[in-house]
Design a protein around this ligand. Structure first.
Ligand SMILES: *[C@@H]1O[C@H](CO)[C@@H](O)[C@H](O)[C@H]1NC(C)=O
Length: 313
């Protein structure tokens, strides 16, 4: 049923495209009249996009929540169809002289829809790109490692087992083991796909008129000073960050010793209680002494209220 609805929409979109192009060739249209026509057309396009995005999201969710070959194929087919639609849309929109329009909102919509992103690639390369991305995602989702304590048990996943060990273990060798195992299995097998992704990301950006993939990404922020703003904020936060870093390093060195944490060097990432060193809150029991601050622990209260899904590791 979804497929039928999609086809009907698709045909409608094509028909409208043809009609609009025909209208465009009509002479004697004033700039104001053209802008009014663009407003109406954009209204239709936005409605079409609503259903297409919904259709895409449903297919992506079916795969994300149930990783099967069927669901993968369906998600990618839908994605290829949508990319075609975006291409047609962009070429239709070239027929509008949007730079001259009074409405900033209208100009912006047309500019955004004319930027194709990955849809700019040929459908063959677009498929290659999807394959590279889905391979990286599914590898990431499926990584399993063997237990440090029981090498015959080899079904530990990032969620929940490895994450839980990184939070709870205070054995630096065990932490290092899981950190390395996981990065080796999540990263190394995807090297080729990652290179492909970088190459095609750049190729799509160039087709869109940018010099690099980075330039195309930065364009999304619609602010020429975006990079400068980030640099300024980072410079502002840096003195505080350096103090925090040195303090946490000092506490970890007290706990694990000089052989594990050096006095001046970086903090070994596997000691921070998080696979990516993103948040350090899990090592707060080490870095913040009890006399300084009693940490909030809601475990007892949750058990009392009947929450029983505690993780056993
Ligand atoms: C997972 O997807 C398959 C199709 O590949 C489907 O047959 C199956 O019912 C789905 N399972 C769940 C739990 O949704």
């Amino acid at each position: 049923m979804c497929i039928m609805r999609f086809s009907v929409l698709f045909i409608t979109a094509l028909t409208v495209t043809v009609v609009s192009c025909a209208v465009l060739k009509k002479s004697g249209e004033t700039p104001e009249e053209e802008e009014s026509r663009a407003v109406l057309r954009l209204k239709e396009i936005n409605e079409e996009l609503d259903s297409k995005k919904n259709y895409n999201t449903v297919a992506s969710w079916a795969y994300a929540s149930n990783i099967t070959e069927d669901n993968l194929k369906r998600m990618n087919d839908v994605s290829v169809e949508t990319a075609k639609y975006y291409k047609e849309l962009a070429s239709e929109l070239k027929g509008f002289n949007a730079k001259e329009y009074k409405s900033e909102d209208l100009k912006r919509q047309i500019k955004k829809l004319s930027k194709l992103g990955y849809s700019a690639l040929s459908s063959e390369k677009y498929k290659e790109l999807l394959e590279a991305i889905t391979w990286m995602e599914s590898n990431y989702a499926k990584v399993k490692v063997c237990s440090y304590k029981d090498p015959k048990k080899c079904d530990l996943a990032l969620e929940p087992e490895i994450t839980e060990i990184l939070i709870k273990s205070r054995d630096p060798e065990e932490l290092k083991y899981y950190w390395k195992q996981w990065y080796d299995k999540a990263g190394t097998p995807t090297r080729e796909s990652f290179n492909k992704y970088v190459e095609l990301n750049r190729e799509a950006a160039v087709l869109d008129g940018f010099k690099s993939g980075a330039e195309s990404w930065l364009d999304e922020y619609e602010d020429e000073t975006f990079e400068k703003q980030l640099e300024d904020i980072f410079a502002q936060i840096r003195p505080l960050y350096e103090q925090l870093h040195a303090y946490v390093r000092f506490r970890l060195r007290e706990k694990y010793g000089d052989g594990v944490v050096s006095e001046r060097g970086p903090i070994p990432m596997h000691l921070l209680g998080n696979m990516w060193g993103q948040t350090w809150s899990e090592v707060a029991p080490i870095s913040v002494s009890i006399s300084e601050q009693k940490l909030l622990d809601v475990t007892d209260e949750m058990v009392k209220q009947g929450y029983t899904a505690a993780l056993d590791v």
